[in-house]
Design a protein around this ligand. Structure first.
Ligand code: 2NL
Length: 357
């Protein structure tokens, strides 16, 4: 009896995993276990023997059972302790730095320009980038033989063989958006149309996709004086200067009459661009009074209404404000020059701060 007790209790003490512990339990207390077999032998004993041996066996059985349970609990505790050590987290550890995305300078400038015109009461109009021939050209008084309509200037969409309707185009300006806005809303109207436009042009200063913001204001007596004020306010806000001087040069667009290209006074002294002072002029946009034929096409009576329109190229404005030296950098890798210039939406260099030419 003492031998059995020592054997099982030391086995329980030595065991290090639950599976082995279960084997010991079966060997001792299982149906065919050693203790169980001894219990069965009680029947062959004399009543006196049976009483003492039976009692001793029961005590032993309870003792082994208690040892098994205690060990099982201890093993579970040890396993939990090990897991807690293993899965320990240092919540005070600083986070791993993650790459941060930034707003693209062109998007940034689009948003700035939109906000400035919104302050002057211009709503934002949007339209399709794939346009039909009429909205992109005809409605804008662009004649069928105009060079812009040539195969090598405009991206034309595909038409099936035998389908002789004029093909759709990738819009070459956002003017068709304003045509649509006039047709939908009529006069008076004050909108800007920011967005992507496409022309078959690709060299050091041209990309086949670029960005434009066009503006349109139609009313009973809107004049070029209003145009001048709006553009001056825009330039002051955009270039963050108190005063600007604009120069209106007579020009020609099919959709405006009269037409003017607008230059801003500036200087490039010491390789840094200053807006509003100096002896240089820099062209920033095209503009004019909306041509009566364009109003007519857009469902507005030119005998009753008139107004101005303008078109600003956004990509070059972004370069001027944020110092991008070469448009091709857009294609090679946006990231490359974003890194180079350390562009951050929160840390903007100002034009007056001095950018290299
Ligand atoms: C330029 C010239 C211009 C317009 C765009 C326009 C739109 C309508 C009617 C009349 Cl719906 N005009 N837009 C007018 C004058 C110039 O853009 O050189 N942009 C960069």
């Amino acid at each position: 009896m003492q031998e059995l007790r020592d054997k099982y209790l030391s086995a329980v003490a030595d065991v290090t995993d639950e599976a082995a512990l279960e084997e010991i339990r079966l060997a001792a207390l299982g149906k065919k276990g050693e203790i169980s077999l001894k219990m069965r032998e009680l029947g062959k004993m004399t009543p006196e023997e049976r009483q003492t041996t039976g009692k001793a066996l029961n005590v032993l059985k309870d003792e082994i059972d208690a040892a098994l349970r205690a060990k099982k609990a201890a093993l579970a505790d040890a396993a939990l302790d090990a897991r807690l050590r293993e899965e320990w987290l240092d919540v005070t550890l600083p986070g791993r730095p993650r790459r941060q995305g930034t707003i693209h300078p062109v998007s940034q400038v689009m948003d700035e320009v939109t906000a400035i015109f919104a302050d002057m009461g211009f709503a934002v109009a949007e339209g399709p980038q794939i346009e039909d021939d009429w909205h992109n050209f005809d409605a804008l008084n662009i004649a069928p033989e105009h060079p812009a309509r040539q195969e090598h200037d405009t991206f034309f969409m595909h038409r099936d063989e035998g389908d002789n309707r004029p093909p759709h185009v990738l819009r070459t300006h956002t003017s068709p958006v304003q045509i649509r806005a006039m047709l939908e809303q009529g006069a008076p109207i004050r909108v800007i149309a920011p967005g992507r436009v496409y022309r078959m042009d690709m060299d050091q200063t041209h990309t086949p996709m670029f960005h434009q913001v066009e503006g349109l204001a139609i009313g009973k007596d809107i004049s070029m004086a209003n145009l001048k004020w709006v553009l001056e306010e825009f330039c002051k806000a955009f270039f963050e200067v108190d005063g600007v001087e604009l120069r209106f040069r007579a020009s020609h667009f099919p959709f405006t009459e009269p037409s003017a290209e607008v230059d801003i006074r500036c200087s490039w002294e010491g390789g840094s661009l200053k807006i509003g002072e100096g002896d240089d002029w820099m062209e920033i946009l095209g503009s004019g009074m909306v041509h009566p034929k364009v109003l007519q096409s857009a469902g507005i009576d030119p005998n009753e209404w008139q107004g101005f329109a303008f078109g600003i190229g956004i990509d070059r404005l972004a370069m001027l404000k944020y110092g991008i030296p070469d448009l091709r950098a857009f294609f090679e890798s946006d990231l490359r020059w974003l890194k180079h210039y350390g562009f951050s939406a929160l840390d903007l260099p100002t034009v007056a701060g001095g950018l290299s030419r």
